[in-house]
Design a protein around this ligand. Structure first.
Ligand SMILES: NC(=O)c1ccc[n+]([C@@H]2O[C@H](COP(=O)([O-])OP(=O)(O)OC[C@H]3O[C@@H](n4cnc5c(N)ncnc54)[C@H](OP(=O)(O)O)[C@@H]3O)[C@@H](O)[C@H]2O)c1
Length: 337
Protein backbone atom coordinates (compact mmCIF):
# COMPACT_ATOMS: atom_id res chain seq x y z
CA UNK A 1 0.00 0.00 0.00
CA UNK A 2 1.20 3.51 -0.80
CA UNK A 3 2.40 5.65 2.06
CA UNK A 4 1.75 9.25 2.92
CA UNK A 5 3.96 11.54 4.96
CA UNK A 6 2.67 13.19 8.09
CA UNK A 7 3.56 16.74 7.17
CA UNK A 8 7.25 17.53 7.55
CA UNK A 9 7.65 15.25 10.59
CA UNK A 10 9.60 12.67 8.60
CA UNK A 11 7.02 10.02 9.59
CA UNK A 12 5.13 7.95 7.00
CA UNK A 13 1.97 5.89 7.35
CA UNK A 14 -0.21 3.84 5.00
CA UNK A 15 -2.31 6.17 2.84
CA UNK A 16 -5.40 4.86 4.63
CA UNK A 17 -5.33 4.16 8.36
CA UNK A 18 -7.76 2.07 10.39
CA UNK A 19 -9.91 3.71 13.07
CA UNK A 20 -10.65 1.32 15.91
CA UNK A 21 -13.16 3.29 17.96
CA UNK A 22 -16.30 1.46 16.83
CA UNK A 23 -14.76 -1.89 17.82
CA UNK A 24 -15.24 -1.02 21.50
CA UNK A 25 -17.53 1.96 21.84
CA UNK A 26 -20.20 4.35 20.61
CA UNK A 27 -21.60 2.32 17.71
CA UNK A 28 -23.44 -0.43 19.57
CA UNK A 29 -22.18 -3.86 20.43
CA UNK A 30 -19.39 -5.55 18.57
CA UNK A 31 -17.78 -8.91 18.09
CA UNK A 32 -14.31 -8.85 19.68
CA UNK A 33 -13.00 -11.81 17.66
CA UNK A 34 -14.14 -10.25 14.40
CA UNK A 35 -12.51 -6.98 15.45
CA UNK A 36 -9.21 -8.78 16.07
CA UNK A 37 -9.49 -10.50 12.69
CA UNK A 38 -10.19 -7.16 11.05
CA UNK A 39 -7.01 -5.65 12.51
CA UNK A 40 -5.04 -8.70 11.36
CA UNK A 41 -6.48 -8.45 7.86
CA UNK A 42 -5.55 -4.76 7.78
CA UNK A 43 -1.94 -5.62 8.62
CA UNK A 44 -1.94 -8.38 6.01
CA UNK A 45 -3.18 -5.91 3.38
CA UNK A 46 -0.37 -3.48 4.16
CA UNK A 47 -2.07 -0.99 6.45
CA UNK A 48 0.39 0.32 9.01
CA UNK A 49 -1.57 3.11 10.70
CA UNK A 50 -3.89 2.24 13.60
CA UNK A 51 -5.89 4.81 15.52
CA UNK A 52 -7.21 4.32 19.04
CA UNK A 53 -7.67 6.42 22.22
CA UNK A 54 -7.64 5.78 25.93
CA UNK A 55 -11.29 6.81 26.16
CA UNK A 56 -12.57 4.28 23.58
CA UNK A 57 -14.14 1.58 25.71
CA UNK A 58 -12.36 3.21 28.65
CA UNK A 59 -9.09 1.43 27.92
CA UNK A 60 -10.57 -1.65 26.24
CA UNK A 61 -9.85 -0.43 22.71
CA UNK A 62 -6.15 0.05 23.47
CA UNK A 63 -6.04 -3.43 25.04
CA UNK A 64 -7.69 -4.86 21.92
CA UNK A 65 -5.10 -3.24 19.68
CA UNK A 66 -2.30 -4.34 22.02
CA UNK A 67 -3.50 -7.92 21.77
CA UNK A 68 -3.90 -7.75 18.00
CA UNK A 69 -0.37 -6.48 17.38
CA UNK A 70 1.41 -8.54 20.01
CA UNK A 71 2.60 -11.08 17.41
CA UNK A 72 3.56 -8.54 14.78
CA UNK A 73 6.83 -6.79 14.07
CA UNK A 74 6.49 -3.55 15.99
CA UNK A 75 8.61 -1.55 13.52
CA UNK A 76 6.16 -2.25 10.69
CA UNK A 77 3.28 -0.63 12.55
CA UNK A 78 2.42 2.95 13.41
CA UNK A 79 0.33 3.22 16.56
CA UNK A 80 -1.59 6.39 17.36
CA UNK A 81 -3.54 6.98 20.53
CA UNK A 82 -5.00 9.92 22.45
CA UNK A 83 -5.64 11.25 25.92
CA UNK A 84 -7.59 14.10 27.43
CA UNK A 85 -11.21 12.97 27.73
CA UNK A 86 -12.44 12.20 31.24
CA UNK A 87 -15.27 9.70 31.65
CA UNK A 88 -17.37 8.72 34.60
CA UNK A 89 -16.33 5.10 35.25
CA UNK A 90 -19.86 4.17 36.37
CA UNK A 91 -21.85 5.57 33.46
CA UNK A 92 -19.22 6.10 30.77
CA UNK A 93 -20.46 9.65 30.33
CA UNK A 94 -17.87 12.23 29.31
CA UNK A 95 -17.24 14.40 32.36
CA UNK A 96 -14.55 16.81 31.14
CA UNK A 97 -11.22 17.40 29.43
CA UNK A 98 -7.80 17.36 31.04
CA UNK A 99 -4.76 18.69 29.17
CA UNK A 100 -2.59 19.31 32.23
CA UNK A 101 1.03 18.11 31.93
CA UNK A 102 0.85 15.66 34.85
CA UNK A 103 -2.33 14.14 33.51
CA UNK A 104 -0.90 13.76 29.99
CA UNK A 105 2.20 12.03 31.34
CA UNK A 106 0.25 9.68 33.58
CA UNK A 107 -2.17 8.85 30.75
CA UNK A 108 0.73 8.09 28.41
CA UNK A 109 2.17 5.54 30.87
CA UNK A 110 -1.24 3.87 31.15
CA UNK A 111 -1.70 3.74 27.37
CA UNK A 112 1.76 2.24 26.89
CA UNK A 113 0.89 -0.45 29.42
CA UNK A 114 -2.47 -1.28 27.82
CA UNK A 115 -0.97 -1.33 24.34
CA UNK A 116 2.00 -3.41 25.50
CA UNK A 117 4.49 -1.25 23.62
CA UNK A 118 7.47 0.90 24.62
CA UNK A 119 6.81 3.93 22.44
CA UNK A 120 3.63 5.41 21.02
CA UNK A 121 4.25 6.60 17.46
CA UNK A 122 1.76 9.46 17.57
CA UNK A 123 0.14 10.74 20.75
CA UNK A 124 -2.69 13.25 20.52
CA UNK A 125 -4.39 15.51 22.97
CA UNK A 126 -7.96 14.49 22.11
CA UNK A 127 -9.48 17.91 22.79
CA UNK A 128 -8.05 21.24 23.91
CA UNK A 129 -8.54 21.72 27.65
CA UNK A 130 -10.17 25.14 28.09
CA UNK A 131 -8.60 25.41 31.57
CA UNK A 132 -5.01 24.65 30.57
CA UNK A 133 -2.99 26.80 28.17
CA UNK A 134 -2.26 24.66 25.12
CA UNK A 135 1.43 25.59 25.45
CA UNK A 136 1.53 23.64 28.73
CA UNK A 137 -0.02 20.57 27.11
CA UNK A 138 2.43 20.86 24.20
CA UNK A 139 5.30 21.18 26.68
CA UNK A 140 4.33 17.85 28.26
CA UNK A 141 4.17 16.25 24.82
CA UNK A 142 7.66 17.58 24.01
CA UNK A 143 8.98 16.04 27.23
CA UNK A 144 7.42 12.71 26.33
CA UNK A 145 9.20 12.85 22.95
CA UNK A 146 12.52 13.59 24.66
CA UNK A 147 11.95 10.70 27.10
CA UNK A 148 11.30 8.34 24.15
CA UNK A 149 7.76 7.54 25.33
CA UNK A 150 6.24 8.93 22.13
CA UNK A 151 7.74 9.62 18.70
CA UNK A 152 5.52 12.55 17.83
CA UNK A 153 2.44 14.34 19.06
CA UNK A 154 -0.69 15.84 17.63
CA UNK A 155 -3.86 17.71 18.50
CA UNK A 156 -7.45 16.88 17.62
CA UNK A 157 -10.16 19.39 16.67
CA UNK A 158 -7.89 22.31 17.55
CA UNK A 159 -8.32 25.87 16.29
CA UNK A 160 -5.70 27.49 14.05
CA UNK A 161 -4.73 29.69 16.97
CA UNK A 162 -4.11 26.73 19.31
CA UNK A 163 -2.25 24.85 16.57
CA UNK A 164 0.12 27.79 16.17
CA UNK A 165 0.63 28.20 19.92
CA UNK A 166 1.38 24.49 20.37
CA UNK A 167 3.65 24.45 17.31
CA UNK A 168 5.79 27.21 18.79
CA UNK A 169 6.48 25.06 21.85
CA UNK A 170 7.26 21.94 19.81
CA UNK A 171 6.25 21.11 16.20
CA UNK A 172 3.32 18.76 16.02
CA UNK A 173 3.26 15.97 13.43
CA UNK A 174 -0.48 15.82 12.84
CA UNK A 175 -3.83 17.36 13.44
CA UNK A 176 -6.73 14.92 13.63
CA UNK A 177 -10.11 16.46 12.84
CA UNK A 178 -13.33 15.43 11.19
CA UNK A 179 -13.30 15.75 7.41
CA UNK A 180 -15.64 14.25 4.83
CA UNK A 181 -18.02 15.29 2.07
CA UNK A 182 -20.50 16.04 4.86
CA UNK A 183 -18.08 17.89 7.17
CA UNK A 184 -15.89 20.37 5.34
CA UNK A 185 -15.31 23.05 8.01
CA UNK A 186 -11.56 22.44 8.09
CA UNK A 187 -11.27 23.76 4.54
CA UNK A 188 -11.95 27.30 5.78
CA UNK A 189 -8.87 27.96 7.88
CA UNK A 190 -7.56 24.83 9.53
CA UNK A 191 -6.06 23.14 6.46
CA UNK A 192 -4.38 26.40 5.46
CA UNK A 193 -2.69 26.47 8.86
CA UNK A 194 -1.55 22.83 8.89
CA UNK A 195 -0.22 23.19 5.33
CA UNK A 196 1.66 26.37 6.13
CA UNK A 197 3.31 24.74 9.16
CA UNK A 198 3.94 21.36 7.50
CA UNK A 199 1.62 19.41 9.79
CA UNK A 200 -0.06 16.24 8.54
CA UNK A 201 -3.86 16.05 8.50
CA UNK A 202 -5.55 12.89 9.75
CA UNK A 203 -9.18 12.88 8.63
CA UNK A 204 -11.51 11.11 11.02
CA UNK A 205 -15.10 9.94 10.40
CA UNK A 206 -14.53 10.02 6.62
CA UNK A 207 -17.94 8.38 6.07
CA UNK A 208 -19.68 10.81 8.42
CA UNK A 209 -20.06 7.93 10.91
CA UNK A 210 -21.55 5.59 8.34
CA UNK A 211 -23.91 7.97 6.50
CA UNK A 212 -21.75 8.06 3.38
CA UNK A 213 -21.49 4.29 3.09
CA UNK A 214 -24.83 4.27 1.28
CA UNK A 215 -25.91 1.37 3.49
CA UNK A 216 -26.89 3.15 6.66
CA UNK A 217 -30.28 2.56 8.24
CA UNK A 218 -31.70 4.21 11.34
CA UNK A 219 -33.89 1.13 11.94
CA UNK A 220 -30.95 -1.11 12.76
CA UNK A 221 -29.28 1.23 15.29
CA UNK A 222 -29.11 -0.38 18.71
CA UNK A 223 -30.42 1.46 21.79
CA UNK A 224 -26.93 2.29 23.06
CA UNK A 225 -25.61 3.60 19.73
CA UNK A 226 -24.41 7.19 20.31
CA UNK A 227 -25.57 8.25 16.85
CA UNK A 228 -29.07 8.29 18.30
CA UNK A 229 -28.01 11.50 20.05
CA UNK A 230 -26.39 13.08 17.01
CA UNK A 231 -28.45 15.88 15.40
CA UNK A 232 -27.31 14.70 11.97
CA UNK A 233 -29.03 11.35 12.54
CA UNK A 234 -32.36 12.72 13.77
CA UNK A 235 -35.23 11.64 11.53
CA UNK A 236 -35.86 14.80 9.48
CA UNK A 237 -32.17 15.65 9.16
CA UNK A 238 -31.37 12.07 8.28
CA UNK A 239 -33.97 12.08 5.51
CA UNK A 240 -32.46 15.26 4.06
CA UNK A 241 -28.95 13.82 4.28
CA UNK A 242 -30.00 10.59 2.62
CA UNK A 243 -31.08 12.59 -0.43
CA UNK A 244 -27.48 13.72 -0.82
CA UNK A 245 -26.24 10.19 -0.40
CA UNK A 246 -28.37 9.32 -3.44
CA UNK A 247 -26.31 11.78 -5.49
CA UNK A 248 -23.18 10.05 -4.21
CA UNK A 249 -24.69 6.72 -5.27
CA UNK A 250 -25.41 7.98 -8.77
CA UNK A 251 -21.87 9.26 -9.33
CA UNK A 252 -20.41 6.11 -7.75
CA UNK A 253 -22.40 3.74 -9.92
CA UNK A 254 -21.38 5.40 -13.20
CA UNK A 255 -17.74 4.90 -12.10
CA UNK A 256 -18.22 1.29 -10.98
CA UNK A 257 -17.32 2.06 -7.40
CA UNK A 258 -19.41 2.02 -4.23
CA UNK A 259 -20.55 5.26 -2.52
CA UNK A 260 -18.10 4.69 0.33
CA UNK A 261 -15.23 4.21 -2.12
CA UNK A 262 -16.14 7.41 -3.92
CA UNK A 263 -16.34 9.36 -0.64
CA UNK A 264 -12.92 8.05 0.36
CA UNK A 265 -11.37 8.65 -3.06
CA UNK A 266 -12.60 12.26 -2.91
CA UNK A 267 -10.94 12.72 0.48
CA UNK A 268 -7.64 11.21 -0.70
CA UNK A 269 -7.75 13.57 -3.68
CA UNK A 270 -7.94 16.65 -1.44
CA UNK A 271 -4.16 16.57 -0.99
CA UNK A 272 -1.19 14.31 -0.27
CA UNK A 273 -1.18 15.61 3.30
CA UNK A 274 -4.57 14.02 4.04
CA UNK A 275 -4.63 10.58 5.67
CA UNK A 276 -8.16 9.26 6.23
CA UNK A 277 -8.79 6.82 9.07
CA UNK A 278 -12.10 5.11 8.28
CA UNK A 279 -13.57 2.97 11.02
CA UNK A 280 -14.80 -0.57 10.62
CA UNK A 281 -15.02 -3.64 12.81
CA UNK A 282 -15.66 -6.13 9.99
CA UNK A 283 -13.39 -7.78 7.47
CA UNK A 284 -15.81 -7.59 4.53
CA UNK A 285 -16.26 -3.86 5.18
CA UNK A 286 -12.51 -3.38 5.33
CA UNK A 287 -12.13 -5.10 1.97
CA UNK A 288 -14.59 -2.66 0.46
CA UNK A 289 -12.70 0.28 2.00
CA UNK A 290 -9.36 -0.90 0.64
CA UNK A 291 -10.94 -1.52 -2.77
CA UNK A 292 -10.94 2.27 -3.11
CA UNK A 293 -7.26 2.12 -3.99
CA UNK A 294 -7.88 -0.34 -6.87
CA UNK A 295 -10.53 1.71 -8.64
CA UNK A 296 -9.33 5.18 -9.65
CA UNK A 297 -12.04 7.77 -10.26
CA UNK A 298 -11.59 10.53 -12.91
CA UNK A 299 -10.77 13.88 -11.34
CA UNK A 300 -13.74 15.55 -13.02
CA UNK A 301 -16.04 13.47 -10.83
CA UNK A 302 -14.49 15.07 -7.75
CA UNK A 303 -15.41 18.44 -9.20
CA UNK A 304 -19.00 17.21 -9.55
CA UNK A 305 -18.89 16.05 -5.94
CA UNK A 306 -17.61 19.45 -4.80
CA UNK A 307 -20.64 21.01 -6.46
CA UNK A 308 -23.10 18.47 -5.04
CA UNK A 309 -21.62 18.57 -1.52
CA UNK A 310 -20.88 22.21 -0.70
CA UNK A 311 -19.92 23.08 2.84
CA UNK A 312 -22.99 22.88 5.05
CA UNK A 313 -24.91 20.49 2.82
CA UNK A 314 -25.45 18.02 5.66
CA UNK A 315 -28.32 18.97 7.90
CA UNK A 316 -27.74 18.77 11.67
CA UNK A 317 -24.57 19.23 13.70
CA UNK A 318 -22.17 16.31 13.81
CA UNK A 319 -22.24 16.22 17.63
CA UNK A 320 -24.82 16.91 20.32
CA UNK A 321 -24.58 20.51 21.72
CA UNK A 322 -22.33 19.67 24.71
CA UNK A 323 -19.80 17.94 22.48
CA UNK A 324 -20.00 20.65 19.79
CA UNK A 325 -18.57 23.08 22.37
CA UNK A 326 -15.36 21.06 22.44
CA UNK A 327 -14.65 21.12 18.70
CA UNK A 328 -13.40 24.07 16.71
CA UNK A 329 -16.02 25.70 14.50
CA UNK A 330 -14.70 28.48 12.24
CA UNK A 331 -16.23 31.86 13.16
CA UNK A 332 -17.38 32.21 9.55
CA UNK A 333 -19.89 29.44 10.23
CA UNK A 334 -22.77 29.35 12.60
CA UNK A 335 -23.24 26.35 14.92
CA UNK A 336 -23.99 24.32 11.79
CA UNK A 337 -21.43 22.62 9.52
N1 LIG B 1 -10.36 12.55 17.14
C1 LIG B 1 -11.63 12.39 17.35
O1 LIG B 1 -12.26 13.14 18.10
C2 LIG B 1 -12.36 11.25 16.70
C3 LIG B 1 -13.76 11.21 16.68
C4 LIG B 1 -14.40 10.15 16.03
C5 LIG B 1 -13.63 9.16 15.41
N2 LIG B 1 -12.28 9.23 15.47
C6 LIG B 1 -11.43 8.17 14.82
O2 LIG B 1 -11.82 8.04 13.46
C7 LIG B 1 -12.17 6.70 13.17
C8 LIG B 1 -13.23 6.63 12.09
O3 LIG B 1 -14.36 7.41 12.42
P1 LIG B 1 -15.80 6.77 12.70
O4 LIG B 1 -15.66 5.34 13.01
O5 LIG B 1 -16.45 7.69 13.65
O6 LIG B 1 -16.62 6.99 11.38
P2 LIG B 1 -16.55 6.56 9.84
O7 LIG B 1 -15.24 5.96 9.52
O8 LIG B 1 -17.00 7.75 9.10
O9 LIG B 1 -17.71 5.46 9.76
C9 LIG B 1 -17.71 4.32 10.55
C10 LIG B 1 -19.03 3.61 10.34
O10 LIG B 1 -19.11 3.15 8.99
C11 LIG B 1 -19.38 1.76 8.99
N3 LIG B 1 -18.70 1.16 7.84
C12 LIG B 1 -17.38 1.19 7.54
N4 LIG B 1 -17.13 0.53 6.41
C13 LIG B 1 -18.32 0.05 5.98
C14 LIG B 1 -18.70 -0.73 4.86
N5 LIG B 1 -17.81 -1.15 3.97
N6 LIG B 1 -20.01 -1.03 4.71
C15 LIG B 1 -20.94 -0.60 5.61
N7 LIG B 1 -20.62 0.14 6.70
C16 LIG B 1 -19.32 0.45 6.88
C17 LIG B 1 -18.88 1.25 10.31
O11 LIG B 1 -19.57 0.10 10.72
P3 LIG B 1 -18.89 -1.37 10.77
O12 LIG B 1 -18.02 -1.40 11.99
O13 LIG B 1 -20.08 -2.25 10.87
O14 LIG B 1 -18.12 -1.55 9.52
C18 LIG B 1 -19.20 2.42 11.24
O15 LIG B 1 -20.55 2.35 11.65
C19 LIG B 1 -12.60 6.14 14.53
O16 LIG B 1 -12.53 4.73 14.57
C20 LIG B 1 -11.61 6.80 15.46
O17 LIG B 1 -10.38 6.10 15.46
C21 LIG B 1 -11.63 10.26 16.07
Amino acid sequence: MQKRRLGRSGLSVSSIGLGLMGMSDFYGTNDRQESLRTIHLAIEKGMTFFDTADMYGMGENEKLLGEAISDHRRDDLFIATKCGFLRDPATGRISGINGKPDYIKKSCEESLRRLGIETIDLYYLHRIDPDTPVEESAGAMAELVREGKIRAYGLSEASPDDIRKAYKVYPLAALQSEYSLFTRDVEIEVLGTTRELGIGFVAYSPFSRGLLTGKFSLDTLSEEDSRRQSPRFQKENFRHNQANVQILETIASRNNVTPLQLALAWLLAQGPDIVPIPGTSKRNHLNEILGTLDHPVPFLEFVHLDEAFPRGVARGDRYAPESMKRVYVPPALSAKD
